[in-house]
Design a protein. Structure first.
Length: 133
């Protein structure tokens, strides 16, 4: 979820937060992964009018990641890290209602000090206030 202030048609700044959890199990074991993050966000928008709103985005903040893997009846192996986080990417939003946008994004993210980088993508919800487009 991102809350952004957009002082003009081409730029927005604000904050973003997210939580995700995924798990899988099978015949020989189970695995889970949890992620929690808070970041400052900046966006540069590529168009100034229309129903679609493409943008480039940069985030920096903190993120925690925890993974757990269990093989058979053995005790789970747990790995966790908290550190600085950065993501650069882009996306496309569409206006669902005044001040509310839904969209998709993709980018490259890095979690330090673990050096865990990955390409990621997903769906986004944005709440806007400021200049009405």
């Amino acid at each position: 979820l991102a809350a952004l202030y957009r002082p003009n048609a081409y730029f927005a700044v604000g904050g973003a937060g997210w939580y995700s959890r995924a798990g899988a199990s099978g015949r020989y074991g189970a695995a889970t992964s949890e992620e929690l993050g808070l970041a400052l966000a900046g966006r540069v928008y590529l168009l100034d009018a229309g129903d679609l709103d493409p943008y480039l985005e940069a985030l920096c903040g903190l993120r925690s990641e925890r993974t757990s893997v269990r093989y058979g009846m053995a005790r789970p192996t747990v790995d966790g890290v908290v550190g600085s986080y950065g993501r650069a990417g882009g996306g496309v939003d569409w206006f669902a209602a005044p001040g509310l946008k839904l969209g998709v994004f993709a980018g490259y993210a890095e979690l330090l000090p673990a050096g865990r980088g990955a390409v990621s993508g997903g769906f986004a919800v944005s709440l806007l206030w400021g200049e009405s487009l």
